[in-house]
Design a protein around this ligand. Structure first.
Ligand SMILES: Nc1ncnc2c1ncn2[C@@H]1O[C@H](COP(=O)(O)OP(=O)(O)OP(=O)(O)O)[C@@H](O)[C@H]1O
Ligand SMILES: Cc1ncc(CO)c(N)n1
Length: 528
C-alpha cells in the first residue's frame, strides 16, 4: 500500500472535471474525456479551454474564447461541486495556462492529472510554441503528467532551463527523460510508448521521489482508431485514481480498459482518418443497453402472462365443484393423494432453492417454505387420507405414523404429477437459483390467489360455509400467513429477475410459465 492509499477515502462514483478543448468529432478532447470518465465509472464535468474544428483527419481551426470565461467556468464548478479529480488537456496558449494554474492553486483538488497536449495525432499543433515554457509552472501542480514521447522531450527541455532535448528514440531514453521531469516537478510521470516503433506499446509510471519505475507492457494493437488515446487514458486514470487511491492500480485498469476500447474502435466506422476508440465497447457487451425492469413490473408481466392459464383453472369443473361443495369425495381424495406425492418432492425442491440461495434471507425463506409445505399442507392431506379429517387441530397419532405414511403416499403418481415434478426436479438439478425460484413461485401464487378469491365468495357463498365438506382445505389456502409468505416469495423472485441479464430473466419467465401450466394440468387431472 502506498502512502496515498493509506489516507485515501473511497469514492464510488468520483466527480471528475476535464479542463480541455472541444473536439466536435467526438474522439478526443472533452468529448473523449467525458466518455472515458463515464466508461470507467465517474461523473464527468468539463470546462472548455478552446474550440477546435477537427475531424479524424486533422485540425482545421482553433478558437480560444476569452480566458476570463474559462475562469468563470472553473469557478462556477468549484463554488458548488466537490471535485475528486481533475484532468487537464489542451491549454492552447500561455494565458489559458495561467488561468488554470491560478485556479488549481486556489482550489484544493486532491488529484490532478496533466496531459500536456501539444500536437494532435494528426500532427496539428494544439499549444502555441511560446506557451511550452509557461507549462513549466503548471507541472508542479500536477500529481501525474502523461506525455507522449514528443511532449516528454519538450517537458524535459523545459525543466532543464529550456535546453532543447531531442525526443527519445529508445524506451530507456524515454524513462530517463521521465525521471528528469519527475525529479524537477515532484509529480509522477507516465511515459507513453504509443509512438515508439515496434510491436510493443509500453507505458512506464515513473516517480523520482520514491525511485520507482513501474512498467506496463502490452503488444501494439493493429488499428487506425488511435485518435484521442492520450485524452482517454489520462481521464480514465484520473477517475480510477479517485476511486482506487493507488496510481499503479489506476494506470493498470485504465490501460486494460483503453486496450479493449482500441480493439473495438474501427467497428464504430467514424471518419476516414484516425478514428476514435470505442469508449463503451466493454460496457455495451457486458452490461447490455436496455434498462432493467423494476421488480413490480416483472410481477405484473409474469402474472399477466399466465392470465389465460388462471382463467382456465377458474373454469375447471374440479374447482367449481370444490367451491360449491358438490365435488365427490373420491376425486377430492384422488387429488389429495396426488398432491401429497407432489408436496413431498416440492419440499425437496424448496430445500434445494434454500441450498442455492445467494444470501441468508433467501436461504431461511426457502427452508421455512420447505418446512411449511411438509407440516402445514402435508399434514392436512394426511388427516384426510388417513380418515382423520375431522380431528382438526389434533396431532397425528405417532404409533400410526408408519401406517399413515403408507396410506398417504400409496397412490401411483399420475401423468400430471409426474410431469410437474420432473419439471421442478430438473430445474433444481440444473442448479440455477434464479430459474428454480421462478419455477416454484406459481405454486405459492396461484394457490393464494385461489384461496383468497374462494374465501371472498368469488366462486359462490357456499365456499364460506363452515359446514362446507372441504372447509379445512379451503381454510389452509386462505390463511393470511400463506399470503404473507407468497408476497415474500414474489418479492425475492422478482428482485432476482430485475438484477438478472435479459437472457436469464427470460429463462426465469419461461420456468414460471411452465409451472403455471403444470398447475392447470394438475387441477384438471382428478376429473379428466
Ligand atoms: N496501437 C496501440 N496499441 C496499443 N496501445 C496503444 C496504441 N496506440 C496507443 N496506445 C496506448 O494509448 C495510450 C496513449 O498513448 P499515445 O502515446 O498514443 O498518447 P498520445 O500521443 O498522447 O495520444 P493522442 O493520440 O490522444 O495524442 C498509451 O497507453 C499507449 O500505450
Ligand atoms: C481538443 C483536442 N484535445 C486533445 C487532442 C489530442 O488528441 C485533440 N486532437 N483535440
Amino acid at each position: 500500500m502506498t502512502a496515498g492509499a493509506a489516507t485515501h477515502r473511497v469514492r464510488r462514483v468520483p466527480r471528475v472535471l476535464s479542463i480541455a478543448g472541444s473536439d466536435p468529432s467526438g474522439g478526443a478532447g472533452i468529448q473523449a474525456d467525458l466518455k472515458s470518465i463515464a466508461a470507467v465509472g465517474g461523473y464527468g464535468m468539463s470546462a472548455i479551454t478552446a474550440l477546435t474544428a477537427q475531424n479524424t483527419r486533422g485540425v482545421r481551426g482553433v478558437h480560444v474564447p476569452p480566458a476570463e470565461f474559462l475562469a468563470a467556468q472553473l469557478d462556477a464548478i468549484s463554488d458548488d461541486i466537490a471535485i475528486d479529480a481533475v484532468k487537464v488537456g489542451m491549454l492552447a496558449n500561455a494565458e489559458v495556462i495561467t488561468v488554470v494554474a491560478d485556479w488549481l492553486r486556489r482550489t484544493s483538488v486532491p488529484i490532478v492529472v496533466l496531459d500536456p497536449v501539444m500536437v494532435a495525432t494528426s500532427g496539428d499543433r494544439l499549444l502555441d510554441p511560446d506557451a511550452e515554457l509557461a507549462l513549466r509552472d503548471l507541472l508542479p501542480l500536477a500529481d501525474l503528467i502523461t506525455p507522449n514521447l514528443l511532449e516528454l522531450a519538450v517537458l524535459a527541455g523545459a525543466v532543464a532551463d529550456a535546453h532543447p532535448v531531442a525526443p527519445a528514440t529508445t524506451w530507456a531514453e524515454a524513462i530517463a527523460q521521465a525521471e528528469a521531469v519527475s525529479a524537477a516537478t515532484g509529480a509522477r510521470v507516465l511515459a507513453k510508448g504509443g509512438h515508439l516503433p515496434g510491436g510493443d506499446a509500453p507505458d512506464a509510471l515513473v516517480h523520482a521521489a520514491s525511485a520507482g519505475v513501474v512498467e506496463f507492457t502490452g503488444e501494439r494493437i493493429a488499428t487506425t482508431a488511435t485518435h484521442g488515446t492520450g485524452c482517454s487514458l489520462s481521464s480514465a486514470v484520473a477517475t480510477l485514481q479517485a476511486e482506487l487511491g493507488d496510481w499503479e492500480a489506476a494506470v493498470g485498469e485504465a490501460r486494460r480498459w483503453l486496450r479493449e476500447s482500441l480493439r473495438h474502435g474501427e467497428a464504430l466506422e467514424v471518419g476516414g482518418g484516425h478514428g476514435p476508440v470505442s469508449h463503451f465497447a466493454g460496457l455495451w457487451s457486458r452490461g447490455g443497453l436496455r434498462t432493467a425492469p423494476m421488480p413490480a413490473e416483472i410481477a405484473d408481466e409474469w402474472w399477466g402472462g399466465i392470465a389465460d392459464v388462471r382463467a382456465a383453472i377458474d373454469d375447471l369443473p374440479f374447482i367449481r365443484a370444490l367451491a360449491d361443495g358438490t365435488l365427490e369425495r373420491e376425486p377430492f381424495l384422488a387429488y389429495l393423494a396426488q398432491d401429497a406425492l407432489y408436496l413431498r418432492d416440492y419440499a425437496r425442491v424448496l430445500a434445494e432453492a434454500s441450498r442455492l440461495a445467494p444470501d441468508a434471507a433467501g436461504q431461511a425463506f426457502w427452508a421455512d417454505s420447505a418446512h411449511g409445505s411438509l407440516v402445514g399442507e402435508l399434514e392436512l392431506h394426511t388427516r384426510w387420507l388417513t380418515g382423520d379429517a375431522d380431528a382438526t387441530g389434533v396431532a397425528l397419532p405417532t404409533e400410526a405414523d408408519a401406517t399413515s405414511a403408507a396410506l398417504v403416499f400409496a397412490a401411483e403418481p399420475d401423468a400430471a404429477t409426474t410431469a410437474y415434478l420432473d419439471h421442478l426436479l430438473a430445474t433444481g438439478a440444473r442448479g440455477d437459483y434464479a430459474v428454480l425460484a421462478a419455477a416454484v413461485l406459481p405454486c405459492f401464487w396461484i394457490y393464494v390467489d385461489l384461496g383468497e378469491r374462494l374465501a371472498a365468495g368469488e366462486f359462490g357463498q357456499r365456499a364460506l360455509d363452515p359446514e362446507h365438506p372441504y372447509a379445512s382445505w379451503l381454510e389452509t389456502y386462505a390463511d393470511p400467513a400463506f399470503a404473507v409468505a407468497t408476497r415474500e416469495a414474489i418479492e425475492l423472485v422478482t428482485r432476482e429477475a430485475a438484477a438478472a441479464t435479459p437472457e436469464r430473466r427470460e429463462a426465469m419467465r419461461r420456468a414460471f410459465h411452465a409451472s403455471a401450466r403444470h398447475e392447470l394440468a394438475f387441477f384438471a387431472a382428478p376429473l379428466a
